[in-house]
Design a protein around this ligand. Structure first.
Ligand SMILES: Nc1ncnc2c1ncn2[C@@H]1O[C@H](COP(=O)(O)OP(=O)(O)OP(=O)(O)O)[C@@H](O)[C@H]1O
Ligand SMILES: [Mg+2]
Length: 747
């Protein structure tokens, strides 16, 4: 072996040198294939170690192969002597320089890396400071949902200090929120982010508040979710403000929607943009139909120009107006409204128009009713005044025609003239009587009575009156309340209405008379001035006749208004009805449409039963009789005779006289007491009142009963007789006379 080494000494030296000399060169050569990321930096700061380690740990096989190759070639190089060695040395030098440059680059890289690590640390610190000083609560949770970090704002907001909650489950989730909390955690595990969830966390003191929660997952280096970061903001105030705003908006919407007036908004061209319920109700159109419709489409044609003008003006400048107009509803009805219209401006420019419209139908109806009542009152006063004056004149005409009759010989032309004058005066007196009835100036003899009984008694006569073609039905309430009225006047009322109905049903039909107890409430009386609320008895007379149009309806109660041909109707029937009802404290209304018949409703105030009523009811059962003495004073022989007959048949002793002076003579001479003086009011020589005055001086205990065909201020100032004075309307029936005399005697 030694021999071999000696023989090949040069070769061995060359091998040895070549191996060591060229090792770094080859390493540098190979270095290009070593990536910086693969170098274990942290273990060494020295470049040689870098190389050697790199060579040994990362590239051993390649290096070995390279070295073997080098070992193989070196003998050859030595063999080829020094020139090649020199070349090798040169190559090595070059390679060494390249290696140094690489080393510098790598150390620069390492330096950069160290800097960025420091930057990272700094920014981490900054972030930590930021979170710590953040005004909102920032909470980090670990993978299990336990608290990992809890900033001071969280402590302040929630009440727990960081050390109280670290490593523990989140304490702020209320019992009912646990399920949701779990769902959120699961969602975060899947990498989802949560923004602006509204939650109600618990504070340490048990109180609650409203918060907005945003959570995002935290990832580790490998991109796995290993926790979460939550930001919690107290939005209680904001929510409260929102709630207040919502409540106020709701209030305004409610005000708008449920207002008793119609409210709408429209654009500047007149197109409706919003409407309320009342608008739908009154116009009959639905909201969908109205919106987009031009307001002009529901305005009555004659009011359109004014509205159009306003639409044009509202473009020019802001304004507010109040107008009356009529709307046309979907079914064609007209509704009078008062519109308060306002142009709404934004930034000084008109943008839309809002209007509040009040339905005036009710108000107009009330106005019309009131106007009608006032008109009737005025006409009544006028008619009453005229009738009163005419009555006086007719008295004179009647009186002098009587005298003429007395003077004129039987069969003479003069007598005939006088008779005609007297007839005409009687007829005229009948007209004035009706006029006086209309103007509530009749002498009424009111008493408490039951309308059911009155109608029943009258129905036989009514059947005859209305003829065979008209059927009479009565719907009478058995336990009907009582009213205080003059029965003969009420009979007059019913008869007038029945005759009108008969006239309205020339081809026949049905006449229905109904009585009922009713209560008139505030609602009804408000719409029917001057009605007062309270208990009433209703007397309704309906027919199935021709009915009336609005024009006729408006005038029927006026005296002399008639649609009947000349000589058929005087137009006084309903005015009398009106007057009697009014004078009895009641109200009358009419419901009628052409072709749909007519109903008159009379409301008379209900009264309590009085002793007088109960007595009278008994008296009706048997006609009152008596044996007392009655003195009848009447200038009309036929009437005087009739009264005598009636009274005698009822058992009375009867004396009679044709005037005041004769009666006074009789009183002076008659030996026995005279219990009742029945006297006419108007007589030629001495009036009833004068006679009564004289008789009272002689026989103060005698009871007085006046009788008259019509009223006069001598008897009554205000239409109704003073208490204690009795009055009998002419013409009278036997029953009427007998009851009245009995009443006077017992009164
Ligand atoms: N039941 C009814 N149906 C239809 N129209 C009626 C009815 N009652 C009254 N009228 C109308 O009212 C008008 C006035 O009636 P009113 O009783 O005052 O006078 P008249 O009947 O014409 O005459 P008079 O009653 O004096 O004989 C009538 O002419 C008629 O046009
Ligand atoms: Mg009539």
């Amino acid at each position: 072996m030694m021999a071999l080494l000696k023989r090949h000494r040069t070769l061995c030296l060359a091998l040895f040198l070549g191996f060591f000399l060229d090792y770094p060169a080859l390493a540098a050569w190979n270095f290009d294939s070593v990536r910086p990321s693969e170098v274990p930096w942290r273990n060494s700061g020295k470049e040689t170690l870098v190389f050697s380690n790199a060579m040994l740990l990362e590239q051993p096989r390649e290096l070995m192969a390279a070295n073997l190759l080098a070992g193989f070639f070196h003998p050859l190089i030595f063999w080829m002597a020094g020139t090649i060695l020199a070349g090798g040395l040169l190559v090595r030098l070059v390679l060494c320089k390249k290696a140094r440059k690489r080393t510098q680059e790598l150390s620069q890289l390492w330096e950069d890396c160290r800097h960025s690590q420091e930057d990272l640390q700094r920014s981490n610190q900054k972030l930590k400071t930021l979170i710590q000083s953040a005004p909102t609560a920032v909470i980090a949770l670990d993978r299990e949902g336990n608290v990992d970090s809890w900033n001071p704002a969280a402590a302040k907001m929630l009440g727990w200090l960081e050390e109280e909650v670290l490593g523990r489950p989140l304490p702020i989730v209320p019992a009912e929120g646990q399920a949701r909390h779990q769902r959120i955690l699961e969602s975060l595990q899947n990498g989802n982010v949560l923004r602006g969830e509204v939650v109600q966390p618990l504070r340490k003191d048990g109180s609650r508040f409203i918060a907005s929660l945003s959570v995002s997952p935290l990832l580790d280096e490998s991109g796995q979710v290993n926790g979460s970061m939550a930001v919690l903001m107290d939005i209680t105030r904001q929510k409260l403000a929102e709630e207040t705003l919502r409540a106020s908006e709701e209030r305004y919407r409610d005000l708008f929607e449920n207002a008793k007036d119609m409210i709408y908004t429209r654009d500047l061209e007149g197109k409706l943009t919003s409407v309320n319920k009342e608008m739908e109700r009154i116009t009959g159109y639905t909201r969908e139909e109205l919106i987009g419709m031009n307001i002009l489409e529901i305005v009555a044609p004659e009011h359109r120009p004014v509205v159009e003008q306003f639409i044009r003006d509202s473009n020019a400048e802001a304004s507010q107006v109040t107008r009356e107009a009529e709307l046309i509803t979907k079914d064609g009805r007209r509704v009078p409204v008062q519109a308060n219209v306002r142009v709404i401006c934004r930034d000084g420019k008109p943008v839309e128009v809002e209007a509040i419209c009040r339905d005036l139908s009710e108000q107009k109806q009330m106005q019309a009713q009131l106007w009608q009542a006032q008109k009737m009152e005025a006409v009544g006063r006028l008619a009453g005044g005229v009738a009163h004056d005419f009555n006086n004149l007719l008295n004179v005409i009647g009186g002098y025609s009587e005298m003429l009759l007395d003077e004129a010989g039987k069969g003479s032309t003069l007598r005939h003239y006088a008779e005609e004058i007297r007839k005409a005066a009687d007829q005229a007196a009948s007209v004035t009587r009706q006029l006086l009835a209309f103007s509530h100036k009749q002498v009424l003899q009111p008493r408490v009575l039951d309308l059911t009984g009155l109608v029943t008694d009258l129905s036989k006569m009514l059947r005859r009156l209305i003829g065979e073609d008209v059927q009479l039905s009565t719907v009478l309430q058995p336990a009907l309340g009582l009213v205080k009225a003059d029965p003969s006047q009420l009979e007059q009322v019913i008869m007038n209405l029945a005759v009108n109905s008969r006239d309205a049903m020339p081809q026949g039909g049905r006449l229905t008379i109904e009585t009922a107890n009713v209560e008139l409430d505030e609602e009804y009386t408000r719409l029917h001035p001057p009605c007062q609320p309270g208990p009433y008895v209703l007397l309704a007379v309906s027919d199935t006749g021709a009915g009336m149009n609005a024009r006729t309806r408006a005038h029927i109660f006026e005296p002399f208004f008639t649609t009947k041909p000349l000589g058929k109707g005087t137009g006084l029937g309903l005015s009398m009805v009106y007057g009697i009802v009014k004078q009895s404290g009641g109200y009358i209304s009419v419901y009628s449409e052409p072709g749909h018949g007519t109903t008159f409703k009379i409301y008379l105030p209900r009264v309590e039963a009085t002793g007088e009523f109960l007595q009278e009811r008994q008296a009706v059962a048997s006609l009152p009789r008596g044996s007392e003495t009655v003195l009848v004073v009447e200038d009309e022989p036929a009437v005087r005779e009739l009264a005598r007959e009636f009274l005698e048949s009822s058992g009375y002793q009867v004396l009679d006289a044709e005037g005041g002076p004769a009666a006074l003579e009789l009183v002076k001479q008659y030996p026995s007491p005279i219990h009742v003086l029945l006297t006419d009011v108007i007589m030629p020589k001495m009036s009833g009142k004068e006679l009564v005055g004289e008789v009272m001086k002689l026989l103060p205990k005698t009871k007085i009963l006046y009788m008259s065909g019509y009223t006069d201020d001598i008897i009554a100032d205000h239409g109704i007789l003073e208490a204690g004075t009795y009055f009998l309307q002419k013409p009278f029936t036997r029953d009427a006379l007998a009851s009245k005399v009995r009443k006077v005697l017992e009164g």
